[in-house]
Design a protein around this ligand. Structure first.
Ligand SMILES: Cc1cc2nc3c(=O)[nH]c(=O)nc-3n(C[C@H](O)[C@H](O)[C@H](O)COP(=O)(O)O)c2cc1C
Length: 239
């Protein structure tokens, strides 16, 4: 495939075949990702790779946390605090995803993207139960046989996040080029101790994002191609 083909083909995949990704292939993907540029070549990141039983155990733990977090909505403030403490539901703090609404136009774009996705899935906007079930799939990696978690060194400030993002995109494009699919997931940085439990993440590193990957199924959800901005919308006008 040409670069344009790989770039166009890469879309977030949310349903995977039950087919393992070989160790050798995972090594190749990581090598491709490591070709990414980084500020002064500092490469301020570390990666956890999980497959098999470990991935399953992490998925179970994350799913339990997600289910518990849903019960918070119905509790009063004390109930919320007690349950959050008891089940360690406080979100990962440094590079946390925004809780609640996004600011301004970003909330509009988010809602539009979500509505488009639910349309493809045949889920009505007001069907919260179905939407929650769909969200829950994040925590068992949409059935993917492998996932990575990318940690960055916050001592490198914002460049750590820029470098991590470029690394992630290289990884995802490499997946596409090799016939795999991937989904970057902020959902996988909500809680980090299910992953930290199994891996010796260096002290001080902060979890930025997770990526599920594997062989895409032909489920309808994988046909979703959300609209991107036009170049005109992107460009800043001259004064
Ligand atoms: C930082 C980041 C976090 C994301 N988090 C999630 C997530 O938690 N769950 C999910 O299904 N998709 C997630 N996505 C995928 C986006 O929804 C997707 O990239 C966007 O809708 C554009 O679609 P495309 O990737 O198919 O081009 C995330 C993407 C990025 C870059």
């Amino acid at each position: 495939m040409t670069f344009e083909e790989v770039n166009k083909k890469r879309r977030s995949v949310r349903d995977f075949l039950d087919k393992p990704v070989s160790e050798d292939l995972i090594q190749e993907l990581l090598k491709e990702a490591l070709e990414a540029p980084s500020s002064s070549n500092t490469q301020p990141f570390k990666v956890v790779v999980a497959t098999g039983d470990t991935l399953q155990a992490i998925g179970e733990d994350l799913t339990n946390k997600y289910r518990k977090s849903l019960t918070l909505r119905k509790k009063n403030i004390f109930g919320k605090l007690i349950t959050a403490y008891q089940y360690r539901l406080t979100p990962n703090k440094v590079y946390q995803t925004i809780q609640g609404k996004y600011p301004g136009i970003y909330q509009d774009r988010r809602v539009k993207t979500a509505i488009g996705l639910y349309e493809v899935l045949g889920i009505k906007k007001e069907d919260r139960k179905k939407r929650n079930e769909e969200l829950e799939k994040n925590f068992y990696f949409f059935g993917a046989p492998a996932a990575i978690w990318i940690y960055a060194d916050p001592k490198m400030k914002y460049t750590a996040l820029v470098d991590t993002g470029i690394f992630m995109q290289n990884f995802m494009l490499a997946c596409t080029a090799k016939g795999l699919g991937s989904c970057p997931q902020g959902a996988l940085n909500l809680w980090r101790e299910p992953v930290d439990k199994y891996y010796d993440v260096p002290k001080g590193y902060e979890l930025v994002c997770g990526i599920s990957f594997g062989y895409p199924s032909d489920a309808k959800v994988n046909s979703y191609r959300p609209e991107k901005l036009s170049v005109e919308e992107l460009l800043v006008k001259k004064k």
